[in-house]
Unconditional design. Structure first.
Length: 174
């Protein structure tokens, strides 16, 4: 049964690559490697290399930094208050189990990237871009990449982004 699912997924990838080639694309882009979202088995062919490309494509480093270890400096260019409540956005560390993403499962990370929901079923700050249309292949490739990159121990202050997360709800830093 698993053999046939993987064969189907591989066929879908090859069909996407052929389609990209026919459309004049070089076949090396994300479109050629993506699986149909309707096939959940496609997450099994996710790769670290595709994750690295997706992180660049999605510009994750713009907020989380070149090494994806987050920022201890508040993000500039964000409103200081929302309806009178302070806003303090600190992109979290995505690299380390202790000071970063913790022990989040691959599926929990995928949900956070796609839907903006954290490991406690709470909404992430709305300023975090959510990629609801991201394919299983791309999101799980990003997860594999995050698991593969060097770990950086850096404690990042928790963000305050009302009305989702207030200063009182955040408590102390990690």
């Amino acid at each position: 049964m698993i053999f046939w699912r993987r064969a189907l997924c591989t066929t879908a990838v090859l069909a996407a690559a052929a389609s990209a080639w026919a459309c004049g694309e070089d076949g090396g882009g994300a479109q050629a490697a993506e699986c149909p979202r309707s096939n959940p088995e496609c997450k099994e062919i996710a790769t670290v290399e595709a994750g690295a490309q997706a992180v660049v494509k999605r510009r994750c480093v713009n907020c989380h930094g070149d090494d994806l270890s987050g920022s201890v400096t508040k993000l500039p260019g964000i409103a200081d208050t929302i309806q009178g409540d302070p806003v303090e956005l600190y992109p979290p560390n995505l690299t380390d189990d202790e000071t970063g993403i913790g022990t989040w499962s691959d599926d929990t990370l995928a949900v956070a990237i796609r839907s903006g929901i954290d490991e406690e079923s709470q909404a992430l700050c709305p300023q975090m871009t959510h990629y609801s249309q991201m394919s299983d292949f791309e999101v799980y490739s990003i997860v594999k990449y995050l698991r593969d990159i060097p770990k950086v121990k850096k404690v990042v202050p928790r963000s305050v982004c009302p009305p989702t997360k207030t200063k009182e709800q955040q408590g102390s830093n990690r």
